[in-house]
Design a binder for this molecule. Structure first.
Ligand SMILES: Nc1nc2c(ncn2[C@@H]2O[C@H](COP(=O)(O)OP(=O)(O)OP(=O)(O)O)[C@@H](O)[C@H]2O)c(=O)[nH]1
Ligand SMILES: [Mg+2]
Length: 448
């Protein structure tokens, strides 16, 4: 096996730089290059790094890790040198001359996986921890690294195995007629497995929101006060406001802090039927933005009668996405008639007197949080690879249930359960292939 090396810190000037070495040559390097003869694992040791010609390259701090007690599970040496890129380059060059090989992206974590230090879900969490851009996402992927996701998956796999055992008892001993109650028990068990899987699928939807800024799109008819509300939300006069309908043509977007997260607010052109090509193009852009949005704020002028009519395609969007209806211009009306039914949360505000704006923002924050929080309060991150496999696993258990109802042969329905367990094996990495591992670890940074 090669001894691999890599810089674990970014290039450029810094206080310190860390080089990692994993493999059999680690102790030889500690002894020959750093003159560290009586190696004590896991103790930091001040030393001088010598190249093959016995020139000192830097004063360094080194830490040696024994096989099985290191990140990769192999012998490891970490060298902490001064953060001049020239020094780390010279040390790397010397290490290669001593017989080490430069590591591929993610190779240290791949070794940790191969040597059984972590499973595949945990290995993926390592890459996600490095790239996470929000506190919520970081908390979720830290839990994956701790093994919470793997434990959940193993629990589902055990449930499937239990169900399969009860099915296979019928294959092995067909002469023992099944008790009439048994298929019902098996159905119950399969349904509880489906519930567990559905829980993970819900988490997968939440996870998508964790990875990006939530987009909140303001839509409505011209003159409703969208740009006025946009300016209130971002806290400055960014969008042009005018009594003339059709003031906004292009959409405008800004990032704001809403509660504990950063969201993107989008102001759009007023939706109306028009002969003007430019205005029509603006309405089309509004629709595109509304389609792309995660959340819609529908602004209406509450001081005019029947302000709600929107084209069919916008109405459909409003029905399909979380939406708050903002009844603006409350200062111009004492109208409390609810034209919009109870399906959509609605609030009356005035961008002139500022009444209702704080309450609107508070409610918006609550509803946005619901997109990635659930009752369990448990943060888990489910990425795309896991989501696809969980869906396949779900399908197999559903097929099993159908076949159970149709009284299909036990051998056939047991095969569905075997397949479902194999999908879980793929998630945690008990079943892998080189291509998949290369693709997965290839996304890591070098030195991790
Ligand atoms: N009285 C009153 N006037 C308001 C209120 N909000 C906005 N307005 C006025 O309504 C007019 C239109 O406001 P905008 O914010 O430009 O409306 P808009 O929805 O962005 O309009 P378009 O860009 O044309 O689609 C302006 O004259 C605003 O000053 C409000 O709460 N009360
Ligand atoms: Mg506007």
């Amino acid at each position: 096996m090669d001894t691999i090396i890599a810089k674990a810190t970014p290039s450029g000037e810094s206080a310190l730089a860390i080089l990692r070495i994993s493999g059999a040559m680690s102790s030889e390097i500690a002894k020959n290059a750093c003159k560290y003869l009586a190696i004590q694992p896991r103790f930091a040791k001040l030393a001088y790094y010598h190249d093959l010609n016995e020139n000192i390259l830097d004063q360094v701090v080194i830490t040696f890790f024994d096989k099985n007690k290191s990140y990769t599970g192999d012998f490891m040496l970490e060298i902490s040198c001064h953060g001049n890129p020239l020094i780390s380059e010279l040390i790397c060059k010397d290490l290669v001359e001593r017989g080490c090989r430069l590591a591929m992206p993610g190779e240290f974590t791949k070794l940790a996986f191969i040597n059984g230090k972590i499973d595949l879900s945990q290995a993926e969490a390592v890459a996600q921890i490095i790239s996470a851009k929000s506190h919520k996402l970081l908390t979720a992927v830290q839990r994956n690294l701790k093994g919470d996701l793997s434990n959940k998956l193993i629990k589902i796999q055990d449930l499937i195995l239990g169900l399969q055992a009860s099915i296979e008892a019928n294959i092995d001993f067909p002469e023992d007629d099944i008790e009439p109650s048994e298929p019902e028990l098996q159905k119950d068990l399969a349904n509880s497995i489906i519930n567990e899987i559905n829980y993970l699928l819900k988490k997968a939807t939440h996870s998508k929101y964790l990875q990006k800024n939530i987009r909140i799109c303001l839509i409505g008819k011209p003159n409703a006060g969208k740009s006025s509300l946009f300016n209130e939300m971002i806290g400055k006069r960014r969008a042009l406001i005018h009594e003339q309908a059709g003031t906004t043509r292009d959409y405008l977007e800004m990032e704001i802090n809403l509660g504990s997260q950063v969201v993107t607010v989008v102001d759009t052109a007023g939706i109306h039927q028009t002969m003007s090509e430019v205005e029509q193009a603006g309405v089309e852009l509004s629709y595109e933005q509304a389609v792309e949005a995660d959340f819609i704020v529908w602004v209406v002028d509450d001081s005019v009668p029947y302000p709600s009519d929107l084209p069919q395609n916008f109405c459909k969007l409003i029905e399909s996405k979380p939406t708050i209806l903002v009844r603006n211009k409350a200062d111009l009306t004492s109208n409390n008639t609810n034209f919009y039914g109870d399906k959509i949360y609605q609030i009356q505000i005035s961008c002139v007197t500022k009444s209702g704006i704080k309450e609107f923002l508070r409610e918006l924050n609550i509803q946005i949080n619901r997109l990635f929080d659930d009752e369990s309060g448990e943060d888990l991150f489910i990425g795309q690879r896991h989501e696809q496999l969980i869906k396949k696993c779900h399908q197999e258990v559903e097929l099993f249930l159908e076949s159970l109802d149709n009284k299909t042969g036990f051998e056939i329905i047991s095969a569905n359960l075997t397949q479902a367990r194999e999908y879980i094996d793929e998630m945690i990495g008990k079943k892998t292939n080189e291509n998949m591992l290369d693709k997965l670890f290839g996304q890591f940074c070098i030195g991790k």
